[in-house]
Design a protein around this ligand. Structure first.
Ligand code: GLU
Length: 485
């Protein structure tokens, strides 16, 4: 068997669409699971859509998610250049060759002529299919005209008789009538190829064995196969993927405001979790396993597990999975990743490592952090109603009693020696007062944070804030309650 070679061929759009990232992942897994090679190719023939820095975003994404490409513009390889705009002369000579082989022809039609045909079809309620008058021009005559400087394109020539059949690994056997295929442009008048031509030339030249791409290319694939056949080349294995949906009816799309890979990272998702989640968007391991390291994915992935029904992107599931990954980080790693979030919110001197210890078991995404820790910097203006909690069996007078007692406990200089020590002191206090856990811990936590939901309980928060700040906040609460009575 020939070596497995797959490729990721993104267009530099300036962001990484989740669907494209999944394509890249499956390409990567197909190659790596079979000890093959993975190629990165930049498809930038649409020069009008050039976006500054867009290629760097592609490199950065590959690096962030850990896809190591064996060949590509930045690492080189035997089949370069790997940027399409640098392959112009290659396409031109292949296009001329295809004309000689009868698979294409030169076209001199102006945009107005084509538009006239389109309008005629529209007026007559017929589907538009361009009938190219230039097909009757002999190759010699056409080349003479080109030599004389006439503008031209190269169009595919398709014999309308017969059918084209191919096998897609996901969608199965597909057959189309050749009469349904349009003779589209292969080489534009600026000398650059369209996707319809470049994908065939590049996949052949780069010895690609497996082509993974979105199913929007499924209907054009017979045209590509006719080109392969005209040259007498082997057709690659096709793996077309269903779109990722945002809901039952709408595709996930950046245009609809849906998140790109960069957006998700910005929102506090870990690249490893995103990759794990999107691996399962369309592929099933046929077991209950949901958490996969990259090595496990490489080991378990198979094309046969790809499903043709369109998966729905479930952000809640991704959140959960991200939480699993967050808890698997070492405290050091977690702390390093949380630091930028702390720096945005906290100016006072506290033991941030201690804060990380509290948060790591509680958050699913890093973007939850700011809201959870805002009380550290400044105590919010809270309502006394917070002290009244039925389940905790607290009211204002119990709260006042507890907080006054807590002040004397907190005043002891040893009390803040360690979190355990502080906890034991509070347990001793509630035993002495004959109170239930909630009756002591609830009012203290409210007094320290001014919030109903906090990361960590009373002891953890008090330890974090330190003795001085804790005493200050409890005093504020005591005065608040007294003033209200
Ligand atoms: N450049 C195409 C895109 O970004 C890639 C299609 C393919 O993988 O062949 O959609």
């Amino acid at each position: 068997m020939n070596k497995i070679r797959s490729r990721f061929a993104p267009s530099p759009t300036g962001y990484m669409h989740i669907g494209n990232l999944r394509t890249a992942l499956y390409e990567y897994l197909i190659a790596k699971s079979q000890k093959g090679e993975f190629v990165l190719r930049i498809e930038d023939t649409d020069q009008e859509r050039y976006i500054e820095g867009a290629v760097d975003i592609i490199y950065k994404t590959m690096k962030d998610v850990g896809f190591v490409h064996d060949e590509g513009p930045d690492v080189g390889g035997a089949y370069g250049p790997y940027i399409q705009s640098e392959r112009k002369s290659i396409y031109k000579s292949y296009a001329d060759q295809l004309v000689d082989l009868g698979g294409a022809h030169y076209c001199f039609c102006s945009a107005e002529e084509i538009e006239k045909q389109r309008q005629y079809a529209e007026q007559n309620g017929k589907p538009f299919k361009f009938i190219d008058p230039c097909k009757s021009i002999s190759v010699d005559e056409a080349r003479e005209r080109i030599k004389n400087g006439e503008k031209y394109t190269v169009r595919q020539t398709i014999d309308p008789v017969g059918k084209t059949t191919f096998i897609d690994e996901v969608y199965g056997k597909i057959t189309v009538d050749n009469s349904a295929l349009d003779e589209g442009i292969l080489l534009k008048s600026d000398g650059l190829p369209t996707y319809n031509f470049a994908n065939v030339i590049d996949d052949h030249e780069m010895k690609i064995s497996h082509v993974v791409r979105g199913n929007e290319y499924l209907s054009s694939t017979p045209k590509y196969n006719l080109i392969y056949e005209a040259y007498g080349w082997d057709i690659p294995t096709y793996v077309h993927l269903p779109p990722i949906m945002k809901d039952e009816h709408n595709k996930l799309s950046k245009r609809n405001g849906d998140a790109s890979f960069q957006d998700l990272v910005q929102k506090g998702y870990l690249p490893e979790a995103i990759i794990n989640y999107i691996a399962l968007l369309g592929w099933s391991p046929k077991t209950e396993q949901e958490i996969f390291s990259m090595d496990e994915l490489i080991e378990k992935f198979s094309i046969k597990g790809i499903n043709k029904s369109a998966p729905i992107f479930d952000i809640e599931k991704l959140k959960w999975m991200n939480g699993v990954y967050i808890r698997r980080l070492s405290l050091e790693d977690f702390h390093e990743k949380t630091l930028p979030y702390y720096q945005q919110t906290i100016k006072r001197e506290i033991d941030l490592k201690e804060l990380s210890k509290i948060l790591q078991s509680r958050i699913n995404t890093f973007s939850e952090i700011s809201e959870l820790i805002d009380f550290i910097e400044s105590l919010p203006d809270y309502s006394l109603d917070l002290f009244i909690h039925k389940k905790m069996k607290t009211d204002l007078s119990i709260s006042l009693k507890v907080l006054e007692e807590a002040l004397t406990v907190f005043d002891n200089p040893d009390c803040f020696g360690s979190r355990e020590k502080l906890h034991n002191e509070l347990i001793a206090m509630l035993a002495k007062m004959g109170m239930k856990n909630g009756q002591v811990f609830w009012p203290i936590r409210v007094a320290l944070t001014g919030k109903q939901f906090t990361p960590g309980g009373a002891t953890e928060v008090a330890f974090l804030l330190g003795q001085k700040e804790s005493i200050k906040r409890i005093n504020i609460a005591v005065n608040k309650i007294k003033n209200a009575q």
